[in-house]
Design a protein. Structure first.
Length: 451
C-alpha cells in the first residue's frame, strides 16, 4: 500500500529531483521518517521505520535534506491505510498511516532518546502510557474558512488552507456540525466575510451536553444569515466575534460574556469557562492527567501547593479538595478572574488565584512566603525555564511537570537536575492521536530523597 504525495507549491526542489532509494530507520519528533544518505540525515515525509522507499528531494540544507515518498517498495508491518480522505493534504494529522500503538511507542522513544542524549537523564520509573481512543476524541477545534467559503485546515508547515468535508479526530457531536455549517457558508451571498469558526463540546449549567460555536467574521452578517445559524439543530449555542480579540455577541447583536461548563466528574468539581478559554482538547486524557497529578503529589491536609500556569483551574480545583491550601498562579489576569469564579462555584475556600509574572524574581519569594512544599507546572510550549532556575533553594519536596513539548521539557529537566532534583517517574499520555504531538507528565523529587 503505497502512499503517494502531491507536490506542495511552497517546497521548491533545490537540487536533483530524481527519486532515490532510502531505508527509513527512525521516526522524527514531527512524524517524518528518518534515513541516512552519504553521511547526511534525511527527513522523509510519509516514511516509516523499517521501510525501503523511493523518495525525491524537495529541499536541501547543509546538514540535512528533506524528501517526500514517491512509493513504498518494502512496507513496515505497522503501516495502515489512512482513514481520512484529506490526510495527504491536511496538516492536522501526521500519523494516520501508522498503527495507533506504534504511534505512541515512537513518540515515547523519541522523548527518552532526547532526555538521554541531551541531558543524560533516565527516569527511575517509566510508567505505561495513558491511551486515548484513536479517533473521535477531540472536544474543541478551530476551523479556517478559505476564500471559496469552504471549511479548512492549514497544510502542514504552510499558511495555505486545505478544504475539508470531515474530521475523524473530532468528537462525534462536533463532527456532526461540519456539514450543516458548510451548508450555511454556502448560503451566504456576496463577500462571505467569515474567517474562522471555533467549535466546543461542553455542558450547560444543568450538566447537559452542549455543542457551541463561535463565528469570527470581518463583514457584517445579514439578519437572514444570523437566523439561519440559529436554525442549525446540531448547535446548542452560537456567538459572533466581529473583530480579532473583540468580545462576543449573540445572534441579536448584543454583547455577551457567556459561560459553558466542563464537569471533572472523577474529581467532583466543575469548571466554568468562556467558550474561548484554553482547555485540554482530549477530555479522557485530561482526567488521566489530573488523577496522575493527585497520585504523584500525594497530598494531605498539611500541604501547601502552588499550581503554576494554572489557567482557569483545571488542576488547581481538584488539588484543593485534599490539600491545606492551593494557590493557582497565572500571568493572564482574565484567567485569574475565571479561576476565582471557579473556586467560588465549587465552594473551595482553601483555593486562591493570583496574577504573577512567572519570569520574574518574585516567584522565589512567593514560594517561600507561602510555605509551598509541593508544586505543579503546566507551562505552554516554551516551557518553564525561569521557574525551574528558581527552585534550587526551595523546599519543594514533590514537583509534577506537565508538558506538551518534549524539547522544552527535556531542557527544563536538565535545569531541575542541576537544581538538585531527580526524575523519579515519567509517563507519556496520548493526548493527540494521529498527530506527532504528545503530552508528558513527570514527577521530580529532591535528589537526596530515597528512591
Amino acid at each position: 500500500m503505497a502512499r503517494l504525495f502531491k507536490p506542495q507549491a511552497q517546497k521548491k526542489s533545490s537540487g536533483e529531483s530524481t527519486p532515490r532509494q532510502l531505508h527509513i530507520v527512525d521516526l522524527s519528533h514531527d512524524g517524518r521518517g528518518v534515513a541516512r544518505h552519504e553521511g547526511k540525515t534525511v527527513f522523509v515525509d510519509g516514511g516509516l521505520p523499517g521501510e525501503l522507499v523511493t523518495a525525491a528531494h524537495y529541499r536541501r540544507h547543509k546538514r540535512f535534506s528533506e524528501c517526500q515518498v514517491k512509493d513504498v517498495q518494502q512496507q513496515a508491518t505497522d503501516r495502515i491505510a489512512p482513514v481520512c480522505p484529506h490526510f495527504h493534504d491536511c496538516g492536522g494529522c501526521q500519523l494516520q498511516h501508522l498503527q495507533a500503538d506504534s504511534q505512541l511507542h515512537y513518540k515515547q522513544q523519541s522523548l527518552l532518546s532526547l532526555l538521554q542524549r541531551q541531558q543524560h537523564i533516565e527516569p527511575d520509573v517509566l510508567l505505561q502510557p495513558a491511551r486515548s481512543d484513536a479517533y473521535g476524541y477531540r472536544a474543541r477545534v478551530r476551523l479556517g474558512v478559505n476564500r471559496q467559503g469552504r471549511l479548512a485546515f492549514r497544510r502542514q508547515a504552510s499558511d495555505q488552507l486545505v478544504a475539508i468535508s470531515r474530521c475523524d479526530v473530532l468528537l462525534p457531536q462536533l463532527a456532526a456540525v461540519l456539514k450543516p455549517l458548510q451548508a450555511w457558508l454556502d448560503s451566504l451571498s456576496g463577500r462571505k466575510g467569515v474567517t474562522h469558526i471555533e467549535l466546543l463540546a461542553a455542558a450547560d449549567e444543568a450538566g447537559l451536553d452542549v455543542t457551541v460555536a463561535v463565528i469570527r467574521h470581518v463583514a457584517e452578517l445579514s439578519p437572514a444569515a444570523r437566523l439561519a445559524l440559529s436554525d442549525i439543530a446540531e448547535i446548542s449555542a452560537c456567538w459572533l466575534q466581529g473583530e480579532k480579540g473583540g468580545g462576543l455577541r449573540d445572534l441579536s447583536g448584543a454583547a455577551v460574556d457567556p459561560r459553558v461548563y466542563m464537569p471533572l466528574q472523577e474529581q467532583g468539581v466543575t469548571l466554568a469557562l468562556h467558550p474561548q478559554d484554553f482547555t485540554q482538547v482530549n477530555p479522557r486524557i485530561n482526567q488521566h492527567m489530573i488523577a496522575q497529578a493527585l497520585d504523584w503529589l500525594d497530598l494531605n491536609n498539611e500541604d501547601c501547593v502552588a499550581d503554576l500556569f494554572c489557567g482557569i483551574g483545571n488542576f488547581t480545583l481538584p488539588l484543593a479538595r485534599t490539600a491545606k491550601k492551593v494557590i493557582g498562579i497565572e500571568a493572564v489576569e482574565s484567567m485569574v478572574v475565571r479561576g476565582q469564579e471557579n473556586s467560588a462555584i465549587n465552594e473551595l475556600n482553601n483555593c486562591f488565584f493570583r496574577a504573577l509574572d512567572l519570569e520574574s524574581q518574585a516567584l522565589g519569594h512567593f514560594l517561600r512566603q507561602e510555605s509551598i512544599n509541593k508544586l505543579l507546572l503546566d507551562p505552554p510550549r516554551a516551557g518553564a525555564r525561569f521557574v525551574c532556575e528558581q527552585l534550587a533553594d526551595s523546599v519543594v519536596e514533590r514537583l509534577v511537570y506537565v508538558s506538551c513539548n518534549p524539547a522544552s521539557f527535556v531542557r527544563d529537566a536538565g535545569i531541575l537536575q542541576r537544581a538538585g532534583y531527580r526524575l523519579a517517574e515519567l509517563r507519556a499520555l496520548d493526548m493527540f492521536p494521529q498527530t506527532a504531538h504528545m503530552e508528558t507528565m513527570a514527577l521530580f523529587v529532591p535528589a537526596k530523597s530515597a528512591k
